[in-house]
Design a protein around this ligand. Sequence first.
Ligand code: GUN
Ligand code: ZN
Length: 437
Amino acid sequence: MVLEAYLGHVVSPLAAGGLLDYRRGCMLVRDGVIEDVIDLDRNQSVPAEARVHDLGNRLIMPGLIDMHLHLPQVTQTGKSGQHLLAWLNQYIFAAEARFADTDHARKIARWFFDELAANGTTCAVVFTTIHKEACDAAFEIAEAKGSRVIMGKVLMDANSPPALTEDTQTSLAESEELLRKWHGRDGGRLQYALTPRFGVTSTPELLAGVGEIYARHKGVYVHTHLSEAREEIQFVAKMYPGARSYLDVYRSFGIIGRRTVFAHSIHIDSDDIDCLCQTQSSLAHCPSSNFFLKSGVFQYKTIKDAGVLFGLGSDVAAGPSMSLFNVMRDANYIQASHWLEPQELLYRATLGAAIALDQDDRIGSLEAGKEADFIVVDPTARTAIVGDILDHPTHEILSALVFLGDDRLIARTYVRGRLIFDGQIAQNRLVKQTTSC
Ligand code: GUN
Ligand code: ZN
């Protein structure tokens, strides 16, 4: 197999802590796996056999990991003015019901995976809809386009509009069918997540079934929402009066542990935090969404200090942007009294998320032995960023990415060494969706 050498300014968090920062770096990739990352300023040289991709002084960084977003909602971004439950009823459920039409579902899924790649997201944890065929189609499209996903069919059997209310046993059986088909596909690039929407739309039978399938299939994920909005929490408390907390509802059905991903988790208490820590469950912090729906503020410092595993999620469409640079900025802004350093935020969108997802043996940083999921970033692509930014200290470059970055900075996106987005040939993105959604 050809040895590929990518030359540029390599910046990556390291498993051992700290930041790899080679101004004249060279990342060697063979067969989709990182063989080495070398510092050309330290008298190391590019192996003669390598095929060289000279990226100038552009940045080479780990691919971004989005720990929570909704595929069917890409058509619904920017529809504000409501708290969670009203927003779901007014905009979201109707958009999701349209996924009964698999042709429509395919069209939106193609757009979704193109957008993910264009935003530099190499791995995403994705809600689809309740529709088995639409979820199957989304996996097929992710498989073909090269994206790395943890994804699943949504399960809903209570308090939902008729078009989105399933028979409990059918919902569970279809989930298990999809799980058997897709979990672990292509050497683990595609993984399955059991996806009960949230407590409000789940009967006890549904949650018990999810807990039982999760226990039977070691390595499968569970992905759901937890304690996002006050009215949602009150609703769940009425449905499950015996539970100590919202998290306790999930726990009582065995939905807790490694490879469970709880989106939001804003209004949780110290017992919940202890429980999340002890069980190595993970959280997806979605600050842009929390701003948008005015849901509240994630207890970033408390949760980090307690050692809970977490990363960042765009939560499109409650989050208006798929760009994790925007999400990193909002994570900083939403904290009233804690400064989150750009390096910490970059960690949460890469290695921190990979650890939270139990995938850090293969992704999250640019280190030998990991799969070559990486992005090429050009901060000069925005006129708002000073033209000589790449000559500045690295912490200033990272700060520009966090506070001024978006999809315009992404020059290329690679998953396992395969180019899945090239800004130079992506002018077709400018050809907008012509059909109304
Ligand atoms: N809780 C249940 N469903 C949803 C959803 O689609 N978006 C968000 N932000 N929260 C939810
Ligand atoms: Zn969500």
